[in-house]
Design a protein around this ligand. Structure first.
Ligand SMILES: *[C@@H]1O[C@H](CO)[C@@H](O)[C@H](O)[C@H]1NC(C)=O
Ligand SMILES: *[C@@H]1O[C@H](CO)[C@@H](O)[C@H](O)[C@H]1NC(C)=O
Ligand SMILES: *[C@@H]1O[C@H](CO)[C@@H](O)[C@H](O)[C@H]1NC(C)=O
Ligand SMILES: *[C@@H]1O[C@H](CO)[C@@H](O)[C@H](O)[C@H]1NC(C)=O
Ligand SMILES: *[C@@H]1O[C@H](CO)[C@@H](O)[C@H](O)[C@H]1NC(C)=O
Ligand SMILES: *[C@@H]1O[C@H](CO)[C@@H](O)[C@H](O)[C@H]1NC(C)=O
Ligand SMILES: *[C@@H]1O[C@H](CO)[C@@H](O)[C@H](O)[C@H]1NC(C)=O
Ligand SMILES: *[C@@H]1O[C@H](CO)[C@@H](O)[C@H](O)[C@H]1NC(C)=O
Ligand SMILES: *[C@@H]1O[C@H](CO)[C@@H](O)[C@H](O)[C@H]1NC(C)=O
Ligand SMILES: [Cu+2]
Length: 573
């Protein structure tokens, strides 16, 4: 277990509370959920659109559980025309790699026409997590939600609050994901563009005067702003998660400062901020005390950062009861920080440190993988590549191919651990003509400690480098440091400057324009895992790697993950 301090704390508490524990006989529970994934017309920003929903809802229901509990979700795909797979974001799936929900990596998709698949996994660590579709561009279509895992009875958290609330952020497009996916795969390239709206808890507001369409109805109650009612003097834990398709966001509450205490399910050495920067795939808990003049309401706002915004501010209301919950605040909503103030985003990333009671990092690593992030043309199509390899999924999911020894299922030659640093200028327009589409994967010795350095570069557009939030499946990683974009990562001098004292554990971390991000993880979870940019169109265009560790330790695979590619012969009679 990587969280020795936490489990240490757990055992200390178990001893201290052993009597109570015996008396209460606290036992792990199993939570059953039956989900029908189906199309439904939704108007989250007043504009009516076909969305992919869970039981008719987008965002879907929040899953609540206690550490150690088992979650069982029976997914019934009634979409009629498309496959589904659902990923449990931040849940490490120790012992159940086949429940990770990544189509192409660990499972065959759940087929349309009421094909049913059962995900079963243990939530082994308290914290704030997410779930979302991991097939095609279905996250963009609206299949997303929260998983909230509370601490075991008798275990305390390193902060106190009165109430616990959830806030999920999303950018929202009016074009269908099919149009978007088609544009992304076409010559000439059709980029998805900036989103039309930003949603807070599934609600936003598009200006209906801009479209001459009966589809947009400004008085539809579905798009009235979310209102969070508070009582003056109390402290609220807001669990904030982003499952934006594209946008990096800033989040703030007018006149109320926030204290960051948790990130991606790990405790943070608390720090205060006016606005929280949050990337797709990240979660944070912040404490907010309702300590302002309580006779009015205040704006809760979210804005695009990192890309030149053309999306209006997303709005919600911080409501002091008994002020009416929908009473518009008397002020103009904030427009957020300057979108291109990368220094301020970087400084917040660097401020995130492990809480002092939960510090533990392997002092050394055994392998370094440097991944150059580039935008390329491959056969005339725009793609994203890592060390010249743009990820494509094989017809047979890797987990099954590796476990069953189907060596012809994908390219067996591993991709390179680095790029040609001597000759690649990260500040020049990418003209990397030798990038190729590839389904090759990294093989990592079981329990090896690995450092990964993500190196950003210029895109195919002059003076442009984008922010990419990188997310790892199956593991948390320690965030060892960030480059400021002034020079590429240099193993000779930059390795010495990494933080191995109190780095934060996370599962998603941003890579800033022209910068580098260094992280460390222990490959101690047997299975096959994807590590990818959480911008959905970027992953769609190949921005990810897949790695295997300890495949020989993976138990017998359930037949229910099979049925596609070469796996057909494993299940046919
Ligand atoms: C899946 O949903 C369809 C449509 O509601 C229903 O007919 C079918 O019985 C469901 N399947 C399961 C296994 O619940
Ligand atoms: C909505 O768009 C119309 C037409 O461009 C404009 O006049 C109006 O100010 C906009 N309203 C808001 C709230 O932005
Ligand atoms: C807009 O929505 C409101 C509230 O649901 C409804 O009363 C009204 O008829 C709708 N307008 C149009 C043009 O559909
Ligand atoms: C509250 O925020 C507004 C901006 O939204 C600012 O103008 C004002 O000075 C703030 N008031 C206090 C008391 O901080
Ligand atoms: C940020 O963008 C604005 C335009 O949106 C521009 O005027 C400004 O110079 C930019 N600042 C930096 C630091 O690039
Ligand atoms: C990627 O391709 C470029 C030229 O297109 C070459 O200079 C570089 O060495 C290649 N890198 C790798 C890791 O293959
Ligand atoms: C691309 O690869 C080919 C074959 O290996 C090589 O001859 C050529 O020089 C490479 N181009 C660049 C720009 O590196
Ligand atoms: C992995 O390595 C660490 C550090 O050497 C060790 O403490 C741990 O027991 C190992 N775990 C497994 C499952 O081998
Ligand atoms: C590290 O070395 C490289 C190449 O020698 C140099 O360009 C860079 O400025 C150095 N960085 C630091 C922080 O010394
Ligand atoms: Cu990206």
């Amino acid at each position: 277990m990587v969280e020795t301090p936490q489990s240490g704390g757990f055992y200390v508490c178990l001893l201290a509370f052993s009597l109570v524990t015996v008396l209460n006989s606290v036992e792990a529970k199993t939570h059953f959920h039956k989900w029908e994934v189906k199309y439904a017309y939704k108007s989250p920003d007043c504009y009516k659109k076909l969305a992919v929903t869970i039981n008719g809802d987008s965002p879907g229901p929040t899953i609540y559980a206690r550490q150690g509990d088992t979650i069982v979700v029976e997914v019934n795909n009634t979409l009629v025309t498309e496959n589904v797979a659902i990923h449990w974001h931040g849940i490490r799936q120790r012992g159940t790699p086949w429940s990770d929900g990544t189509e192409g990596v660990i499972q065959c998709p759940i087929m349309p026409g009421a094909d049913t698949f059962i995900y079963r996994f243990i939530v082994d660590k308290a914290g704030t997590y997410l779930y979302h579709a991991h097939y095609g561009m279905q996250l963009t279509a609206g299949l997303y939600g929260f998983i909230i895992v509370s601490v075991p009875d008798g275990v305390s958290q390193p902060f106190v609050y009165n109430h616990d609330k959830t806030i999920i952020l999303k950018d929202w497009y009016h074009a269908s994901t099919y149009e978007q996916a088609t544009g992304l795969s076409s010559i000439p390239f059709g980029w998805v563009g900036e989103p039309q709206s930003l949603l807070i808890n599934g609600r936003g507001r598009f200006n209906c005067s801009l479209v001459d369409s009966a589809l947009c109805n400004a008085t539809n109650p579905e798009c009235s702003p979310y209102s969070l009612s508070v009582v003056a003097g109390l402290t609220y834990r807001l669990r904030i998660g982003s499952l934006a398709s594209l946008s990096a966001l800033s989040f703030e509450i007018e006149n109320h400062s926030m204290t960051v205490v948790e990130a991606d399910g790990n405790y943070v050495e608390p720090f205060e901020t006016k606005n929280l920067y949050i990337n797709s795939g990240e979660t944070y808990s912040v404490l907010v005390t309702a300590n302002q003049e309580a006779t009015r309401n205040y704006w809760i706002t979210t804005n695009v950062v990192g890309r030149k915004p053309s999306t209006p501010t997303g709005l919600a209301i911080w409501n002091y009861s008994p002020v009416p919950h929908d009473l518009t605040p008397p002020t103009d909503p904030t427009t957020g920080p300057l979108w291109n103030d990368t220094a301020s985003q970087l400084s917040q990333s660097r401020a995130l440190k492990a809480h002092h009671d939960y510090v533990q990092t392997p002092p050394n690593s055994e392998r370094l993988i440097v991944l150059l992030n580039t935008q390329n043309l491959i056969d005339g199509r725009t793609r994203w590549s890592l060390n010249n390899r743009s990820l494509t999924f094989p017809a047979t999911p890797y987990l099954i191919a590796l476990k069953e020894g189907f060596t012809d299922a994908f390219d067996q030659k591993p991709p390179p651990d680095s790029y040609d640093r001597e000759h690649y200028d990260i500040y020049s327009v990418a003209d990397n003509v030798n990038a190729t589409a590839s389904n090759a994967i990294y093989r990592i010795g079981f329990n090896t400690t690995v450092d990964i350095v993500l190196q950003n570069a210029n895109t195919m557009t002059k003076d442009t480098s984008e922010t990419h939030p990188w997310h790892m499946h199956g593991h948390d990683f320690w965030v060892l440091g960030f480059g400021d974009g002034k020079s590429p990562f240099n193993p000779l001098n930059d390795t010495k400057r990494l933080n191995v004292v109190d780095p934060i554990l996370k599962n998603t971390v941003p890579l800033y324009p022209y910068g580098w991000t260094a992280l460390r993880f222990r490959a101690d979870n047997p299975g096959v895992w994807i590590f990818h940019c959480h911008i959905e169109p970027h992953l769609f265009l190949g921005m990810g790697i897949v790695f295997e560790a300890g495949i020989e330790k993976v138990g017998e695979l359930p037949k229910s993950i099979m049925g596609c590619g070469e796996t057909k012969r494993l299940i046919s009679p």
